[in-house]
Design a protein around this ligand. Structure first.
Ligand SMILES: C[S@@+](CC[C@H](N)C(=O)[O-])C[C@H]1O[C@@H](n2cnc3c(N)ncnc32)[C@H](O)[C@@H]1O
Length: 252
């Protein structure tokens, strides 16, 4: 696997993420992994309710777009990495895919009632053999990974040549009123809603965690280094979300 970062060793991406996080006074390394796991364990029971409320249901539409962009035939085996309570898994099954889910948090997996095969696993060390999945979806988890380069390296390992990945993440509109409105909503209102409906500390952390996110150029570079080509990044709903798609390099 050319250029992929082996799971377990901190690659350059991890070092850059650590620098960004320290700058924003956020945890790194094992401390981050422990915090992320316990935070999702805590918020799992009301995760779906808060998600729908804070995105006005737009997250459902964004996941649909991500599935369409996967461009794989029905019957394909698709790993939903960081599957959480299973929104992507449900859509994948409804579209005739063979979904499997993996997530770090037992709490999120316990709230996942999709019936899909599930594994409790860190994305940086997936319990899957090399080249065994046709595609990967991943919703709103890139900023939660402790070593994003290692996770993308794992995707490069488990996806077969010619396979596809479709990764959704939060974004920020480029400018104008939408950017201002988004800032107020995401940084001021969401922590209040999340605090009322669920766990205040977790929903104060949520807007701050965007500091972990690499720039668009860095994300592209990480994907290429992980063995992907045809990397495409587009923004959704005026820049409220971003969708990254790519094809595993190599002859199918
Ligand atoms: C914001 S939630 C997204 C859940 C789901 N994908 C969705 O679209 O609603 C982020 C998920 O990433 C999971 N996660 C965080 N770090 C992880 C890791 N290193 N490996 C696997 N899953 C991880 C969390 O447990 C949580 O379920």
């Amino acid at each position: 696997m050319s250029g992929a970062v082996p799971a377990g060793s901190p690659g350059p991406g991890a070092l850059e993420a650590a620098a960004r996080a320290r700058h924003a006074d956020l945890p790194v390394g094992d401390e981050k992994t422990a915090l992320v796991r316990s935070m999702f364990d805590t918020i799992a029971p009301r995760y779906d309710l808060v998600n729908r409320t804070m995105t006005f249901g737009l997250d459902v539409r964004w996941r649909r777009r991500a599935l369409g962009a996967l461009a794989l035939p029905a019957g394909s085996t698709v790993l939903d990495l960081a599957c959480g309570t299973g929104d992507f898994l449900r859509l994948l099954a409804a579209d005739g895919f063979r979904p499997v889910g993996a997530d770090l948090s037992w709490g999120m997996l316990a709230a996942n009632r999709t019936g899909a095969p599930l594994a409790q696993a860190d994305g940086a060390a997936l319990p899957l053999a090399t080249g065994t999945v046709d595609g990967v979806t991943c919703g709103y988890a890139l900023r939660n990974f402790t070593d994003l380069a290692a996770v993308l390296g794992e995707l490069g390992r488990v996806v077969r040549p010619g396979g596809r990945i479709s990764l959704l993440e939060v974004a920020e509109p480029d400018g104008g009123l939408l950017r201002l409105g988004h800032r107020i909503w995401f940084r001021r209102v969401v922590p209040v809603i999340g605090g009322l409906l669920s766990d205040p500390a977790a929903y104060r952390y949520l807007p701050r965690s965007t500091a972990y996110l690499p720039s668009a150029d860095e994300l592209r570079r990480l994907l290429v280094d992980a063995g992907f080509s045809s990397v495409n990044r587009r923004t959704l709903s005026g820049g409220l979300s971003q969708l990254l798609t790519a094809t595993r390099s190599g002859r199918p």
